[in-house]
Design a protein. Structure first.
Length: 183
C-alpha cells in the first residue's frame, strides 16, 4: 500500500513505517489458531478477549481455532489518552460465564509493562479455572511486571508506539488494517 499519499484514516499523521502488513498478520494469526487448537486437550475452553485492544485480533483468531470454544470479553480500565501505563487496573466488565473448571485463554493485543495482565491473571486465577493462559498478538519483551508466562505470542514487537489492528492512540486508528508506528 502507498503510504506517501495521505490516508484519510490517519488524521493527518504520517506513517513512519508499517511494522506488520495485513498479509503478515493474517499468516501469523492462522499459525496461532493452529497452535491453540493443538495445545488444548478435551474440556471447555473459554476465550476471553481483553477489550478494546484485542477486538480485531480476537475476531480473526477465533475463526482459526478448530475446536469448540466459548467467547466472552473482559473490560479493564486502560491508558486513557496517555501513552504511558498508569498501572491502575480496574475491571469494568466481568464475564458472566462461570470460570471454574474451564480452560481460559486470555487474549490481549500487546504486552507492554505487563501490569494489566498480571492483575487480570490474579483475578482469573482466584476463580479456580482448570487452566489460564495468555495469548498476546504482540510482546515488547520489556515486561518486568508480568508474573505469568505468555504461552502464545504473535510477534516480538519493537519498542515503538504502535497503532492499528485494534491498537489505538487516544482511541484513534484502531480500524487501520495493518500495524504501524506513526511519525
Ligand atoms: P501494560 O499494562 O503496560 O502491559 O499495558 C498494556 C496495554 O497498553 C495494552 O493492552 C494496550 O492497550 C496498551 N499499549 C501498550 N503498548 C502500546 C502500543 O504500542 N500501542 C498501543 N497501545 C499500547
Ligand atoms: Mg489494551
Amino acid at each position: 500500500m502507498n503510504t506517501s499519499t495521505a490516508d484519510p484514516r490517519l488524521l493527518g499523521r504520517k506513517v513512519r513505517r508499517i511494522v506488520y502488513t495485513e498479509d503478515i498478520l493474517a499468516q501469523r494469526v492462522r499459525e496461532l489458531g493452529a497452535e491453540i487448537t493443538a495445545y488444548y486437550p478435551e474440556g471447555d475452553l473459554l476465550v476471553l478477549g481483553l477489550l478494546k485492544g484485542s477486538f480485531i485480533f480476537l475476531s480473526d483468531l477465533v475463526r482459526e481455532i478448530g475446536r469448540p470454544i466459548h467467547v466472552d470479553f473482559l473490560v479493564a480500565s486502560s491508558y486513557g489518552d496517555r501513552t504511558v501505563s498508569s498501572g491502575n487496573v480496574r475491571l469494568l466488565y466481568d464475564p458472566e460465564t462461570e470460570l471454574e473448571g474451564k480452560h481460559i485463554l486470555l487474549v490481549e493485543d500487546i504486552v507492554d509493562t505487563g501490569r494489566t495482565l498480571s492483575r487480570l491473571m490474579d483475578l482469573l486465577q482466584a476463580r479456580k479455572p482448570r487452566s489460564v493462559e495468555i495469548c498476546a498478538l504482540l510482546h515488547k519483551h520489556i515486561a518486568t511486571e508480568l508474573r505469568y508466562p505468555t504461552r502464545f505470542i504473535g510477534f516480538d514487537a519493537p519498542n515503538e508506539f504502535l497503532v492499528g489492528y485494534g491498537l489505538d492512540h487516544a482511541e484513534n486508528f484502531r480500524h487501520i488494517p495493518y500495524i504501524a508506528s506513526l511519525q
